[in-house]
Write a protein of this length. Structure first.
Length: 561
């Protein structure tokens, strides 16, 4: 069990469960569920719900089902189902035999609807969708009853059976619950619970032409699975009376308790499924698993760890009111986790050639370098050193400022784990003026030792031996949006960050990274944490995604707060 869940602090949801256990409600059982709709990939907001529902089940020795609420065939697919199953597993949770589909209850849901008709609690309405909206009224005015509201039970049963048989056009008939057209809560004004929709369902094919509405299927699926605590986000708060009304009339003995909590909103991110679909379909990103996406698959491909995501969800806790969580907190959790587990390596993103004039032409030597400076058990690796090296172009300046602690005229630096080198000269491109090469000398006595004369060398830079350099592609990711709360904007696409992805194709990594395992993470010294792309990394040609920078900005944000 993850540490964050072992020490989960109490919150209002756990207080409710504790009270229910004290009174032996539900015979002392705790049964939760994670019920996504398979019409997209799950994202960080869903991950919070996954961690909460499965975490509660673990904490209280209960069960948590994974149920696909697939009641709307339009847009649903097995691809999304498989991605959800894969992502929940990756987050570290398992449901045992508790994998369900709302579509597996279609026949039972139909019979429940028939039962409501027989109780005079439902009727077939022939108003058009526009008329239904008009009759519903407003927040300040009551609705009007449908002229079809008082059809006889026999007529309603006949019409509903004919709806199932496909005798009517889409939208021409619906089944509505008969509740109260004057109810203050608009949701309770005879809501539609079944509609005609001629769409092929990814599981049931063309067996059905009528489908239950989410509000009807969801609560009954919970009751059928004997869920005790139906935990959902705040947008379902107004629907709770309908949830209870349906279950009380059909399965009163198994009525779950619906509890709402604040949905997760992360800065510089959109979590609306509609907008995420728009990003994918309009090619603003490269698919659902694009590392810039807030989807679980995107975070996994970028190099986030499940432990980091779980720790983030534990850190933000469970609240009753919506708020905007700073993305820096998520990055902080990722950085903290990778700092413990990621081996160190060297990479040059924008290479500048360095020739060490006094190093023997044919000489090559190996340096033993720790894979992690604080974890000896992670071992060491050999880094080859030779006369010609690559360093970062940013680590040399022709006219450096006073506090510049890297290489420049009259300056010397230490090469990480190797020697101290001193600048001697440079070569420039005659046409562009760009520096093509710098020449240095090295001090042989400084192999992993300070200069013998006591002089201080301020800067330390990383490097790659040119003769042993492995070409690599590196993708640098920034936030996808330029504004803090893009979800609140009418057209969030206007605020897409044009610099959210920079692809560097002339990078070099050390020899040990020639064939990294796809998905493996490293700290590239002085540059940040990087992950071998799980899709595009090939033998001998690695592709790395920047997971997160080394700089931890969250502590500064927290201090300001």
């Amino acid at each position: 069990m993850p540490e964050a869940e072992n020490h989960a602090p109490n919150d209002f949801i756990r207080d409710i469960i504790d009270e229910d256990l004290k009174t032996n409600k539900h015979d002392g059982r705790v049964a939760t569920r994670f019920p996504p709709e398979p019409n997209g990939y799950i994202h960080i907001g869903h991950a919070k719900s996954v961690c909460l529902n499965f975490g509660l089940a673990r904490q209280y020795g209960g069960t948590c089902n994974l149920r696909l609420d697939d009641t709307d065939p339009a847009g649903e697919s097995m691809e999304y189902v498989e991605s959800i199953i894969r992502d929940v597993h990756w987050l570290g949770f398992d449901w045992g035999k508790g994998l369900y589909y709302a579509s597996g209850y279609f026949e039972r849901l139909y019979q429940f609807a028939v039962e409501l008709i027989k109780k005079s609690d439902a009727y077939v309405c022939s108003l058009t969708p526009e008329e239904i909206r008009e009759y519903r009224g407003s927040f300040t005015e009551p609705g009007r009853e449908s002229p079809y509201r008082n059809r006889s039970v026999e007529e309603n049963l006949d019409l509903f059976a004919r709806m199932r048989a496909g005798e009517f056009a889409d939208g021409s008939q619906v089944l509505r619950a008969k509740i109260d057209m004057a109810a203050p809560n608009v949701v309770m004004r005879d809501p539609v619970i079944y509609r005609i929709k001629r769409e092929t369902h990814y599981r049931t094919g063309d067996e059905w032409v009528i489908y239950p509405m989410y509000d009807f299927a969801h609560c009954l699926s919970d009751a059928l699975e004997r869920i005790t605590h139906s935990i959902c986000t705040l947008e379902f708060e107004n629907n709770r009376p309908l949830y209870d009304w349906i279950v009380e009339r059909l399965i009163p003995a198994e009525r779950p308790k619906q509890i709402e909590f604040a949905r997760l909103n992360v800065s510089y991110t959109v979590l609306s499924k509609r907008r995420l679909i728009e990003l994918v379909q309009n090619n603003h990103v490269h698919g659902w698993d694009d590392p810039r996406m807030p989807t679980v698959s995107g975070m996994r491909r970028r190099g986030y760890t499940p432990e980091a995501v779980r720790n983030f969800c534990a850190a933000i806790g469970v609240a009753k009111n919506d708020n905007l969580v700073d993305a820096a907190l998520l990055e902080h959790c990722v950085r903290d986790d990778l700092n413990e587990r990621a081996p160190r390596a060297m990479c040059v993103l924008r290479p500048l050639k360095v020739v060490i004039d006094n190093y023997p032409e044919s000489q090559m030597e190996d340096f033993d370098c720790a894979n992690h400076p604080q974890k000896p058990h992670m071992g060491t690796r050999k880094i080859p050193f030779s006369k010609v090296l690559y360093i970062e172009r940013d680590d040399f300046m022709e006219d450096p400022p006073k506090k510049y602690n890297r290489l420049g005229p009259g300056r010397e630096v230490r090469l990480r784990n190797a020697y101290v080198v001193k600048y001697q000269s440079m070569e420039k491109d005659e046409k562009t003026g760009e520096i093509r090469q710098i020449n240095c000398t090295y001090d042989p006595a400084t192999r992993n030792a300070p200069p013998a004369d006591g002089r201080k060398v301020q800067g330390v830079i990383h490097w790659i031996s040119a003769a042993h350099a492995v070409p690599a592609e590196v993708r640098l990711y920034e936030r996808l949006f330029t504004v803090e709360d893009p979800g609140s904007m009418e057209n969030c696409l206007e605020y897409l960050n044009p610099n959210s992805l920079t692809v560097l194709t002339t990078c070099y990594v050390e020899q040990s990274l020639k064939n990294p395992a796809p998905g493996s993470q490293y700290q590239f010294e002085r540059l940040g944490y990087f992950c071998a792309d799980e899709k595009d990394t090939k033998d001998g040609r690695p592709v790395f995604n920047r997971v997160v920078s080394l700089r931890d900005s969250w502590t500064k944000v927290a201090a300001r707060g």
